[in-house]
Write a protein that binds this ligand. Structure first.
Ligand code: TDO
Length: 183
């Protein structure tokens, strides 16, 4: 597994080692020991999530507040997405900046999104199955979010606005400026 640091400290792109033979391929998609050494910290995952979406579906930007904050290790089982992580750590030198990475079943890349980040993705392929590990349990009351199209973040989602499909819940998320009053 290659661990590629991004410009946001603590946020990594992971490239699993694919071992191919005449049958197909084998890879370790997660190995706790390799993972902790690669990112240089102890993270204990306690919940796995999976979602299926069609092209243009944009989920995000989401986070959980306070003691319920979650680090996430995300990947795509089928299809292709543009995955986005926004640094919302107060005092961080890269506060308000984001990284975006294409994750697909083909490239098998993963993104490690630390606590203190907002996270979202948009589906680029006809359909996509998205899988992620979380180091803290879901807590509905602690859910927070930021508008995906906030000009202050200026995220290039890679698809025209008219092709995006967004939940009612995500359509009414606050701006970055207003969200930061509560986290
Ligand atoms: C996230 C989550 C949702 N749910 C429920 C709540 C709701 O009824 C239904 C769908 O929830 P949502 O609309 O929030 O699902 P979704 O928009 O897919 O939310 C996810 O988006 C991505 C970008 C993330 O980073 C995740 O942490 C999570 O926030 O599933 C759980 O039961 N457990 C969970 O862990």
């Amino acid at each position: 597994m290659n661990f590629i640091p991004t410009q946001l400290s603590g946020c990594f792109i992971l490239e699993p080692k694919m071992i191919t033979d005449s049958r197909g391929y084998f890879m370790e998609s997660f190995n706790e020991q390799t993972f902790q050494k690669g990112i240089g910290q102890h993270v204990h995952f306690v919940q796995d999530n999976q979602s299926y979406s069609t092209k243009g579906v944009l989920r995000g930007l989401h986070y959980q507040c306070g003691v319920h904050a979650q680090a996430k290790l995300v990947r795509v089982l089928q299809g292709e997405v543009l995955d986005v992580a926004v640094d919302i750590r107060p005092g961080s030198v890269t506060y308000g900046q984001y990284v975006a990475e294409v994750l697909s079943a083909e490239n098998q890349r993963q993104m490690f999104v630390p606590r203190g980040f907002a996270h979202g993705f948009v589906v680029l392929s006809e359909t996509a199955t998205f899988f992620y590990k979380c180091d803290n349990l879901y807590n509905k009351e602690s859910e927070g979010g930021i508008q995906y199209n906030d000009p202050a973040l200026d995220i290039d989602w890679g698809l025209p606005e008219s092709e995006l499909l967004i939940s009612e819940k995500d359509m009414i998320l606050p701006t970055f400026e207003n969200a930061k009053k509560v986290w």
